[in-house]
Structures are given as C-alpha cells and as structure tokens.
Design a protein around this ligand. Structure first.
Ligand code: UGA
Length: 440
C-alpha cells in the first residue's frame, strides 16, 4: 500500500467513485466537498447518484474507516500525500472549459500542502492545465500529475476496478509513477507521458468514440435505404480487430455529460492552435442528423404533422443505468418533436418528476409506468435502452394508443411481437416492418 493518505477534492460523480474505489483498494482516503449537506449525507452512507455498486463501495469504505468525508478542500488536503482534484469544469460558453473552480481550489489548498505532496487532475481539463496548476500552486516541493478518468456512468465502479489502462502525465516522472502505483493492485498497464499528452489522451479517446458512433449512425441511415441492417454490419465490422466490436451500436445519437462537451472542447483546442480538424465538426453534425432522422420518422409515423399530436416516449436518460439527463439524445429528439407542436408524455424507470421546459429541454409529463405513458398516443418512440422495454406487454401497450407506430431508436422491440400486437415497427438502421403486409 502507498505510504501517504489520499485526499479527493470534490465528491461529485468522478470524485465519489474514485474516492470510494481507492478506499476499496486499501488506501486511506478523505473526500472533501464544499457542500456541507452532501458531506453529512455521504458520511451517513447516503449516495446521491444512481451508480451501480457505489452505495456498497461507500458503505464498505465507511465501515472499514478507510473512507471519510469532510467539509472543505483544505480540511481534506492537509496532511495528504496525494490530492485528487475532481472538480467541475463546466463549458465556459465558448466551447472552452471554465477552470475557475480548479484554480481557486488550488490557490486555497496550495499553502496548506505538505512538502512532497502530489496534486492530481482527474476531471477532464484542457491541454496545459497541469502546467498552469504548477504555476498557480507555485511550490517547488509539490508535483502536479494529470491522471484522467475513463469511467462510464452506470458502470463506473466496474470500470474503475477493471481499467484498460492507467494514464499518468507529468513533468515529474517519479510523481507520475507514484500515482500509477496507487492503482497497482488492478494490474492494468500504466501509460506514463508528458502532462500535455495525458490531457489530450482523454479528449482524443472521447472524441474518437463519439466519431465511431457518428460513423455507425450514418451507416445506419444508409443501411435502411438500401435494405441492409446496421446491426449485421456492425457485427461484421467488429470482428476486425483493428475496428473492434464495441461502440458500434447505432441509436438516436450520442449524448451525456462528456462526449458533446469534450468533442466541442477538442475542436476549440484545435482551432485555438490553428489546426484544421474537420472530423470533429463532422462528428457533431452527424449526431445532429441522427437526432433529426428519429424526429423525421416520428412525424412520418404520425401522418406528416406533429401539431397537437400525442407522442409517447420510453426513455429519457442519456443511456440506461443512469438517472442523468444531461445532454440526453432522448431530450434532443423530444425537443425537435415539441418544436413541431407534439404533446409529450414519457416513462423512464430512473425519472419520476415531470421535466420542466427549459433552455435545453422541452416540457414533458412523466408517467409512472410504460402503459400510462402511451395513453392516447399516436406514436411510441423508444429512446433509451432500458432492458425492461423489451419485456413490456405490447398488446396491452397497443390498447392504450390511438396510433400503431413504434419508432424504435434503440433496437429494443421484438419485431415479431410488435407485428402480432398490430404495430408498425419503425427501427433505425434497417427497413421498417409493417404489420399489415407482414413484410419489411
Ligand atoms: C464517456 C466515456 O465512454 C468514458 O470513457 C469517459 O470516462 C466519460 O465519457 C467521461 O468523460 O467522463 P459516459 O458519458 O458515461 O462515458 O457514456 P457512454 O457509455 O460512453 O455513452 C455515451 C453515449 O453514447 C450515450 O448516449 C450512449 O447511449 C451512446 N452509445 C454508446 C451508443 O449510442 N452506442 C454505443 O454503442 C455506445
């Protein structure tokens, strides 16, 4: 076990998962947060986010005494050897991350740090941040290391415990290696780089995955017009080890709190350095088109106009296994439908309150179960891949609806069950099934 305590500053999604899992690896971890109410709740073992296995990990950490929560950054950082910065880096409005919180915290804790302490950036930060933090902290006896996280919401604990790699970048190689050693028990390869490379690895990874998804969604658009099936194509492509089978599932576009923000940020970084990177613009444009295509299918299924038409949505979160609605493709599609006058009612197992109309989302009433969401609907649209949607009784679903169209954005609905319930199933990436003719 590493000698020296770990501090994690910021108990949001990244900080809480990292802190609890590092304690799970046997380290002594103190998590600090500015929100006293959240700290008190976490100290009681109350986890404020839906994240599989995180409650258990926090409970075990608290029980072992290796995980504690304190109010404030300085209280956590004082006496620690490793200080992980897991702070919000919101979009500053111009595509650049707003780093004020990070620099404020570094300036606050800097004088309180022990000699030999290592400051570690865990949240996604622009290239150059590690060097900027080195200037802000302004102490020769404190090292700065970039150690990006590659956790996926919904499977973050499992991702932490089974990483593909650990990336650490620093101008102080010994400090980078000491940070990599914190994860030694996981047996993952450590990639030791310069801080700039480490920071870019994170953006490049997220933007590359977003590009892969945009690519398969565009192949899906082509497939449905030529009579091919995107799932078959993805399967055939995925066996090529240079391509790989993962992140080839087409859907209503990609979203979440990371891909849109990071793809935009990387485009801005490239532009700021006068580097032409057209793939990034194309990746975002293709994603907008994927969402347009779902809305086009819903309009067509509703008979050509959405004005005053009731549309049922199954799924609101940006993917299954999370309650996160940030930059959700489901809301992006819903926004397009609402803009044309559709009346939206939704069911999502992780969302219980109505969605209030705002800048980035339309008003949506939320039903307590899949059947009450479809009452009076002309079309049903499946937007998030919650497994329970494959189990819903489609005959009962049809009884409540006035129309017979299901636009299946996630490939969840069995075509044969849909057909026998009298539905026209309109999938993405392959030709539609028509109940009447029984043909594609
Ligand atoms: C993403 C990355 O996958 C993580 O590696 C990274 O650490 C994280 O961002 C971050 O930067 O913090 P996450 O935002 O949790 O993780 O979401 P993903 O599981 O990557 O899904 C992103 C979007 O792509 C979702 O809308 C999802 O539905 C969509 N997707 C994903 C597909 O449409 N098809 C797929 O095959 C996979």
């Amino acid at each position: 076990m590493a000698d020296g305590r770990i501090a994690v500053i910021g108990s949001g999604y990244v900080g809480l998962t990292s802190g609890a899992c590092l304690a799970g690896l046997g380290h002594e971890v103190v998590c600090g947060d500015i929100d006293a109410g959240k700290v008190a709740a976490l100290a009681r073992g109350e986890v404020p986010i839906l994240e599989s296995g995180l409650d258990d990990m926090v409970a075990r950490g608290l029980e072992s005494g290796r995980l504690t929560f304190v109010h404030g950054a300085v209280a956590a950082a004082r006496g620690a050897k490793y200080i992980f910065l897991c702070l919000p880096t919101p979009d500053g409005g111009d595509g650049r991350a707003d780093l004020r919180i990070v620099h404020d915290v570094v300036a606050e804790i800097g004088p309180a740090l022990d000699a030999g302490a290592i400051l570690i950036t865990k949240s996604t930060v622009p290239v150059g941040t590690a060097r900027d933090i080195t200037a802000t902290v302004n102490r020769a006896d404190v090292a700065v290391v970039s150690n990006p996280e590659f956790l996926q919401e919904g499977t973050a604990v499992s991702n932490f415990m089974h990483p593909d790699r650990i990336v650490v970048g620093s101008s102080d190689r010994a400090a980078a290696e000491a940070v990599a050693d914190l994860y030694q028990a996981l047996g993952a390869p450590a990639v030791v780089t310069s801080p700039e490379s480490s920071e870019l690895i994170k953006y490049a990874s997220n933007a590359f995955l977003a590009m892969k998804l945009s690519f398969i969604n565009s192949i899906g658009a082509l497939a449905e017009t030529v009579g091919a099936d995107v799932a078959e194509i993805a399967n055939g492509m995925g066996f090529d080890e240079r391509i790989g089978p993962k992140f080839l599932k087409s859907g209503p576009g990609w979203g979440g709190s990371c891909f849109p923000k990071d793809t935009r940020a990387l485009a801005t970084i490239a532009a700021d350095h006068d580097v032409s990177f057209p793939l990034l613009q194309a990746t975002t444009l293709s994603n907008d088109q994927a969402q347009d295509r779902v809305a086009d299918k819903v309009r067509a299924a509703a008979g050509g106009s959405l004005a005053g038409v009731r549309i049922a949505l199954w799924g609101l979160t940006f993917k299954a296994g999370t309650d996160d609605l940030r930059d959700s493709p489901a809301l992006a599609v819903a926004g397009r439908l609402a803009a044309e006058g559709a009346v939206l009612r939704a069911f999502d197992p992780a969302v219980s309150a109505d969605i209030k109309a705002g800048e980035d989302r339309p008003g949506i009433s939320v039903a307590p179960d899949p059947y009450s969401a479809v009452t009076g609907a002309a079309v049903l649209v499946v937007l998030t891949e919650w497994p329970l949607f494959a189990e819903v009784d489609l005959v009962k679903t049809a009884e409540g609806m006035i129309g017979r169209g299901i636009v299946d954005g996630r490939g969840m609905i069995d075509p044969n069950l849909a057909r026998s319930a009298g539905f026209n199933l309109i999938p993405l990436g392959r030709p539609a099934y028509h109940a009447q003719s029984g043909s594609r």
